[in-house]
Design a protein around this ligand. Structure first.
Ligand SMILES: [Zn+2]
Length: 275
């Protein structure tokens, strides 16, 4: 399916730089805080890249990278990955061990990771151009995504882990864009390794009804977010206590009701009965 003539074709080199498409990570950023997402997109704000991101990329490279991409990653992030004595830092050594064990004992997981790596596709959702990059894609068979995560358990007792991290949104968007390009609605598998010791290994599949609900969530919000990107609508600040962007840019101009201390914009509105 065509995405229109104005949007440039994407490849490995321009994928991340391109601002002509919505992506899963951008959608999730907007869902969290519109103001923060917009400032990040405009290059006015950069969230600190924690070790978790590098660890995820490290595991990705070790399992699905090419010798060249691996070498490039290790050269670019040498001081993050290695100690002064040239050995892997503790968390990277642990990740390396988990990768080695997967290679030795998990043929099914390896099979799922053996598809086309970093496969890029574009399509549109509610008319908004959308880009995806798949860890492992086997045409006509499946889409798989590798996750190196803290635990299989959700940090929130009342929300399943997949929804807590928004992985259902990712799975739904990927499935939809592949469908638009090929006519096949493929199963989406999460190939999970945990950072625990010993590491847990699992392959997850989200029930289709949950995928459908997640796609519906995207459909309901994507046009609004895209309008913000294009400057048609103003971005709202979330004012969540844990939002670094809102905290860093908060300018105190008047006293506020102390009963609302620590509340997000949404919670304040709810308290005033505005939602
Ligand atoms: Zn915010």
């Amino acid at each position: 399916m065509s995405t229109g003539n104005t949007t440039p074709k994407l490849n490995a080199d321009n994928y991340y730089g391109s601002k002509d498409y919505m992506s899963v990570s951008l959608f999730k950023a907007f869902a969290k805080c519109e103001a923060s997402a917009l400032a990040t997109l405009r290059g006015e704000y950069e969230e600190e890249k924690g070790e978790a991101l590098y660890l995820g990329s490290f595991v990705d490279e070790m399992l699905t990278g090419t010798p060249e991409s691996r070498e490039k990653f290790l050269a670019e992030n040498h001081d993050i990955v290695y100690k002064r004595d040239g050995k892997l830092r503790e968390n990277f050594a642990r990740a390396q061990e988990a990768v080695t064990r997967l290679n030795l004992y998990q043929p099914y997981m390896l099979e799922l990771l053996s598809g086309e790596h970093q496969a890029i596709m574009t399509g549109q959702i509610e008319g908004v151009p959308f880009k995806i990059k798949m860890d492992s894609y086997k045409p006509g068979e499946f889409i798989a995504d590798l996750k190196y995560m803290k635990s299989l358990r959700s940090p929130n007792l009342f929300q399943p882990m997949i929804q807590y991290w928004g992985y259902d949104l990712q799975a739904a968007a990927y499935q939809e864009i592949v469908y638009q390009n090929t006519g096949h609605r493929l199963p989406f598998y999460f190939v999970v390794i945990t950072k625990e010791q010993p590491a847990h290994y699992e392959v997850g599949e989200i029930p289709q009804e949950d995928m459908d609900a997640a796609l519906e969530t995207i459909r309901q919000n994507i046009v609004h977010y895209w309008d913000i990107v294009q400057g048609k609508v103003e971005a709202e600040r979330c004012e969540d206590y844990n939002c670094d962007y809102c905290t860093l840019t908060h300018v105190v101009t008047e006293p506020v009701d102390t009963n609302t201390f620590g509340m997000s914009a949404k919670q304040r509105k709810a308290m005033k009965g505005e939602v």
